[in-house]
Design a protein around this ligand. Structure first.
Ligand code: F6P
Length: 330
């Protein structure tokens, strides 16, 4: 189905999956770009659940005033179990038809886009995705909305941990989010001068890590920080801590799991700008007849990429950065 500007009268927005700072800035940009083109906008609540429950609000220019700086999502979010079922998706489609929604814009991550792609195939309703996840694990955009803010949050938290680690002469094992991707761990590790970084994309050689710690110990480093992504193959921060404690029972060691604080907070300037650009670009892409794609920003250029490619987890991490981290952590 290809739209001309005249045919696209009303669109829906959802925020879905894990929330990410900048989602509100994005809802604002979509709403105001659409209104500017005389397109009505509604926001469905709690991701795909809002479609199934017909739970929505009309979005006017004023409804999105004063939200650009807010973390979380005013539309709320969910990882919808019901949308995984055919009945759930049928109900969602009925409600979209009932409300005369011509197309949908979904802000979220890989789970959101997988659902969108199935839905398009079943019901031929145009959907465009916007990458909103702190994980940055989507191919087809240099950065996802929320990643920059989460990175800054982690850096600020780890700097604070460094203060106390160095006062006590302790080794800290800090776990950050990232089930399948180590983007947060890698970048924040470089930015905080971590002694070691463990990410899901590479195998963790525990003996190599233990010898590195032993060498650091001999150098009488005043503190050490190991940054571990939650999806690291050794099993996360507590598992690494067990192995270290077993080999070096005398080490003064602590574990800190940063958890969901990484998902909150006011979006950084970078995330607000990215969210604004991608929000506007998603509406323009819909008007252009695009569907079944995610919008992105690659090398400062606005692009679209099929959902199927975006969600395959083939966004490469920067191996040079990992090497750099090792060199700098001597
Ligand atoms: O996808 C974003 C993310 O924050 C991941 O980094 C993390 O593994 C997951 O969500 C946690 O999800 P939940 O909040 O549902 O526990």
């Amino acid at each position: 189905m290809k739209f001309t500007m005249m045919q696209l009268k009303k669109i829906g927005i959802i925020t879905s999956g894990g929330d990410a700072p900048g989602m509100n800035a994005c809802v604002r940009a979509i709403t105001r770009t659409a209104i500017n083109q005389n397109i009505e906008v509604v926001g469905f609540k709690k991701g795909y659940n809002g479609l199934i429950d017909n739970d929505f609000i009309e979005l006017k220019s004023k409804s999105v005033a004063n939200i650009i700086q807010l973390g979380g999502t005013i539309l709320k979010t969910a990882r919808s179990e019901r949308f995984l079922t055919k009945e759930g998706r049928e109900q969602a489609y009925l409600n979209l038809q009932k409300n005369k929604i011509d197309a949908l814009i979904a802000i979220g991550g890989d789970g959101t886009f997988t659902g969108a792609s199935i839905f398009i195939k079943e019901f031929n309703l145009p959907i465009i995705g916007i990458p909103g996840t702190i994980d940055n694990d989507l191919f087809g955009t240099d950065n996802t909305i929320g990643y920059d803010t989460a990175l800054n949050t982690v850096v600020s938290a780890v700097d604070k941990i460094r203060d106390t680690a160095s006062s006590h002469g302790r080794l800290f094992i800090v776990e950050v989010m990232g089930k399948d991707a180590g983007f947060i761990a890698l970048r924040s590790g470089i930015a905080t001068g971590a002694e070691a970084i463990l990410i899901p994309e590479t195998k963790t050689y525990i003996n190599a890590l233990l010898s590195k710690l032993e060498k650091d110990g001999n150098k009488r480093k005043s503190s050490s920080i190991i940054l571990v992504a939650e999806g690291d193959d050794f099993g996360g921060a507590y598992k690494v801590a067990e192995a270290v404690k077993e080999k070096f029972p005398m080490y003064d060691l602590r574990v800190s799991v940063l958890g969901h604080l990484q998902r909150g907070g006011s979006p950084s300037a970078k995330d607000r700008v990215l969210a604004s650009q991608l929000g506007a670009w998603s509406v323009n892409s819909l008007i252009d007849g695009k569907q079944d794609v995610m919008v992105g920003l690659v090398n400062k250029k606005l692009v679209t990429i099929p959902f199927e490619k975006a969600i395959k987890h083939n966004k490469k991490f920067n191996e040079d950065l990992l090497e750099l981290a090792e060199i700098l952590a001597i």
